[in-house]
Design a protein around this ligand. Structure first.
Ligand SMILES: CC(C)(COP(=O)(O)OP(=O)(O)OC[C@H]1O[C@@H](n2cnc3c(N)ncnc32)[C@H](O)[C@@H]1OP(=O)(O)O)[C@@H](O)C(=O)NCCC(=O)NCCS
Length: 208
C-alpha cells in the first residue's frame, strides 16, 4: 500500500504531544494515522490490540489453547495497561498509541532497561500493531517515535527482547537497523510455556 508520510513537527520531537501524520494516498478522503501519548481510556483498545496481535503473530509458535484463552484475560490486561498509563513507574516510562482514522491500531511501551547495569540503557518493552493493520507503516511510526523519545530521555543505547522464532518481527527490527547482541534468555509463561528470546540492540540518538 502506498502511503505518504507527513510529520507535522519536522524538528526533533521535544514535546511528548507532537504527532506524526500519515495519509493513505490512494484514498481520496485521506485516512490519517497519528502517533500520540496513550491516555488511560486507551487501555481497553490496547489490550484488544495486544491480544489480537499475539494470536496472529504467535499462532504455530505457542500452543493454540494458550492463544485462544487470551481473551479471558482481557479485563486483567486492560486494567494492567490503565494502571501503567495512569501511573507510570518512573518519569522515563512512556506508552504511545498509533491511531488510524481515530481508532487505536497499535502501541509501544518504553522505558529504562529492566536488566541493564547502565542507567543509560533504555528498552522497548512492547510494540504491537493490530494484524489488520500490519505492513502499513504504523509499526515504523511507533518505533521511530519510541527511539526519539528514548534519546530525549537520555538513553544512549536501547535494547529489546523478541521471541527467537518471531522471524517477521526480527525482520522488522533489522529493517530499522537493529542487530542481535548475542544474548538469549528463557521466559516461562503461566502454564509452564517456555519462550526463548533473543536480545536486539541499537544506539539511540536524537535526529540531527
Ligand atoms: C512487528 C510489527 C510491530 C511491525 O509493525 P508493522 O506496522 O507491520 O510494520 P511496518 O509496516 O512499519 O514495516 C516496516 C518494515 O519492516 C519489515 N517488516 C515488517 N513486517 C514484516 C514481516 N512480517 N516480514 C518481513 N519483514 C517485515 C519490512 O521491511 C517493512 O517494510 P515494507 O512493508 O515496506 O517491506 C507488527 O508486525 C506486529 O505487531 N507484529 C506482531 C507483534 C510482534 O511480533 N511484536 C514484536 C514483539 S517483540
Amino acid at each position: 500500500m502506498e502511503i505518504a508520510v507527513k510529520t507535522e513537527d519536522p524538528q526533533p520531537l521535544s514535546s511528548a504531544h507532537a504527532v506524526e501524520k500519515v495519509e493513505h494516498a490512494e484514498n481520496e478522503s485521506a485516512v490519517c494515522a497519528l502517533v500520540r501519548p496513550a491516555v488511560p481510556d486507551d487501555a481497553e483498545a490496547i489490550a484488544a490490540v495486544h491480544i489480537a496481535s499475539w494470536q496472529a503473530a504467535y499462532r504455530g509458535q505457542l500452543p493454540d489453547d494458550f492463544l485462544d484463552g487470551l481473551e479471558s484475560q482481557f479485563r486483567a490486561r486492560a486494567d494492567f495497561w490503565r494502571q501503567e498509563i495512569a501511573s507510570p513507574r518512573t518519569a522515563s516510562h512512556e506508552i504511545w498509541a498509533a491511531t488510524l482514522a481515530g481508532h487505536l491500531r497499535g502501541f509501544v511501551a518504553l522505558g529504562p532497561a529492566r536488566d541493564a547495569n547502565s542507567r543509560l540503557t533504555g528498552e522497548v518493552y512492547a510494540i504491537y500493531v493490530h494484524p489488520n493493520s500490519w505492513r502499513q507503516g504504523l509499526g515504523t511510526m511507533l518505533f521511530t517515535r519510541a527511539m526519539t523519545r528514548l534519546a530525549a530521555l537520555g538513553f544512549s543505547k536501547t535494547i529489546l527482547w523478541v521471541l527467537q522464532s518471531n522471524t517477521p518481527a526480527r525482520r522488522f527490527y533489522e529493517h530499522a537497523g537493529w542487530s542481535a547482541d548475542g544474548r538469549t534468555k528463557l521466559e516461562t509463561l503461566p502454564g509452564g510455556i517456555e519462550l526463548r528470546e533473543v536480545c536486539y540492540q541499537k544506539n539511540t540518538r536524537l535526529p540531527n
